[in-house]
Design a binder for this molecule. Structure first.
Ligand code: SAM
Length: 276
């Protein structure tokens, strides 16, 4: 499972190199999150776990009179986000852990957004309680996260191609991409942390992983750099590696439609309000 320490190292590095393809894979999620975020005016927004900064950039560009802060623990991703937002005077990118982050005086956010960046806290209730304290009264929270692996066709497809993992099943609530897979857990965490008016809606979307002249190679190389296949294949050698690569190619080919490779993905779109 990917936790905070991995983001500060190897995983953050890969995401910083692959930002164009990760942004592409989140396309429909980004549109829904932006629509929710922009449904009301805001003066000061923070993008939690901003990664390479697409959400920060899009909010900052469209709302030049609002202050937009991107916050992330990965130096590589912060550098990338700073480069992408360099021309925007209303945008700042900070290196830091959102779990204990305190807004500067006069910059308390009235909007907190996150595209898949809030599932990696060791103590999620503590982190969301701290965010509620530093936010303005009534601030809006808008984030996305994956639903459970079994609901995500892309996970099932990749797992079918990878060697079986022996050993006890992993803790589904451990920090990582699927830690917020169950909506009851999200609701409990947020309400224990003091957030209210919690709404959790499913979003099913096609996760676009390959397109262009060689969509299949595009998708395969993406899966070998980002996500569960990248991690497993990196540990394989010899014939097992060859067999696994052939199976992954099969999965990608099965999802190629007219030069676009997309796999089914399932997310939650979560909204809430900070304590009064
Ligand atoms: C799945 S990536 C999503 C990145 C970005 N929001 C996007 O949509 O491209 C998760 C991000 O959360 C960041 N992250 C993980 N734990 C964090 C923490 N405690 N504080 C701030 N950022 C964190 C990671 O470094 C990573 O950039």
């Amino acid at each position: 499972m990917t936790d905070r320490s991995e983001w500060t190292g190897r995983v953050g590095e890969s995401w910083a190199r692959e930002w164009q393809r990760t942004d592409r894979s989140f396309g429909p999620v980004t549109d829904v999150l932006l629509a929710q975020a922009e449904a009301r005016d805001f003066a000061s927004a923070v993008d939690i776990g901003c990664g390479a900064g697409e959400m920060t950039l899009r909010l900052g560009e469209k709302h030049p009179y609002a202050r937009v802060l991107g916050l992330d623990v990965s130096e590589d991703l912060v550098e990338q986000a700073r480069g992408r937002t360099a021309g925007l005077p209303n945008v700042r990118i900070e290196l830091g852990d959102a779990a204990g982050w305190q807004a500067r005086e006069g910059e308390r956010p009235d909007l907190l957004v996150s595209r898949h960046g809030v599932m990696f806290f060791d103590d999620p209730v503590g982190a969301f309680a701290s965010l509620a304290r530093t936010a303005q009264t009534d601030a809006r929270l808008v984030f996305s996260c994956f639903r459970e692996p079994r609901e995500n066709g892309w996970v099932r497809a990749l797992r079918s191609a990878l060697p079986r993992q022996d050993g006890p099943p992993a803790d589904p609530d451990a920090p990582g991409p699927f830690a917020f897979g169950r909506s009851e857990r999200i609701r409990q965490i947020l309400s224990d942390a003091g957030w209210r008016d919690i709404a959790i809606e499913p979003l099913d979307y096609p996760m676009l992983v390959g397109e262009g002249g060689d969509a299949i190679e595009d998708a395969l190389s993406y899966f070998l750099r980002i996500g569960p296949a990248a991690r497993t294949v990196a540990m394989l050698e010899g014939p097992e590696r060859e067999v696994t690569l052939a199976r992954l190619r099969g999965v990608v080919e099965d999802h190629d439609e007219a030069g676009r490779v997309a796999l089914p993905a399932a997310a939650w779109i979560v909204t809430a309000r900070a304590p009064a």
